[in-house]
Write a protein that binds this ligand. Sequence first.
Ligand SMILES: [Fe+2]
Ligand SMILES: [Fe+2]
Length: 291
Amino acid sequence: MIKIAGIGDIHTAFDEEDVSLFNSSDYDLILVCGDLPGRSHKQTVSIGSMLSRLKRPALMIPGNHDSTTVRQLLGEITGSNRLKREDPKMPGRVQELRDALGSVQLGGYTIHRFSKQEGWVDGPADLDIISARPHSMGGPDIGFAPYIESQFDVKTQEDSARRILELLQNSKSSLRLILAHNGPSGLGSFPRDIWGCDFDPDRGDFGDPDLESALGQAVDTDWAPQVVLAGHMHHALKGGGERTWYVNRNGIHYVNAARVPRIFRENGEKRRHHVRIELDRTDVQVEQIYW
Ligand SMILES: [Fe+2]
Ligand SMILES: [Fe+2]
């Protein structure tokens, strides 16, 4: 079995103690769903440096809060074209995050081949991780569209779905996992659903349509993934309660790891959340861990 730690939206909650716990764990691989900071890019870079101290192969996909500004986020939320316009400094901020992460890989329409014996490899692997569209905001629009178009030549959800599907088809491993910031649409009819919209129930499903489309074309083929790991839609619901964090549909295990805050106090004790995924050709096991 390959043992994977899935860390959901960090939002500043990752410290020295996490580094030593993960470095002394039995995990083969660490996957981070993005959203490192509170509000500032400085926090993204400092949490990125903390992640760089992990002594296991690790990979992160950027979230909507990573390397973006409050002005950009406001543009995405309000739909204001003036605020949404291209930010020429965004590629530089992404590079600063990449530099801070050191040997931790930064995903975005990429394939990462993992060998249990050798770590990241170029050739045949035990597990291929396909990283989906970076900086997703969720919902029908492509978040940070000018950046996504200039960096990846992706203009529409259809372009994006094609890119994700091509990556799946290029996988030569029999085990595949998709790492995304937000999960696919199609599983979120209700606010409490795994990627349902709790902050505005009228918007129903807040999953990514490109990912749903790619998965729809991959399901029941030789290139279907076994697992989709993402975050973004935090577990705690507006108005109270917790969303579903795990769904098994058509043989694919969907995991939402975004327990926010991931470090919290319970009965006076500090607890740290992540998701444990173990998989091989015949079996997938998923559980939430509170250290
Ligand atoms: Fe988040
Ligand atoms: Fe997010």
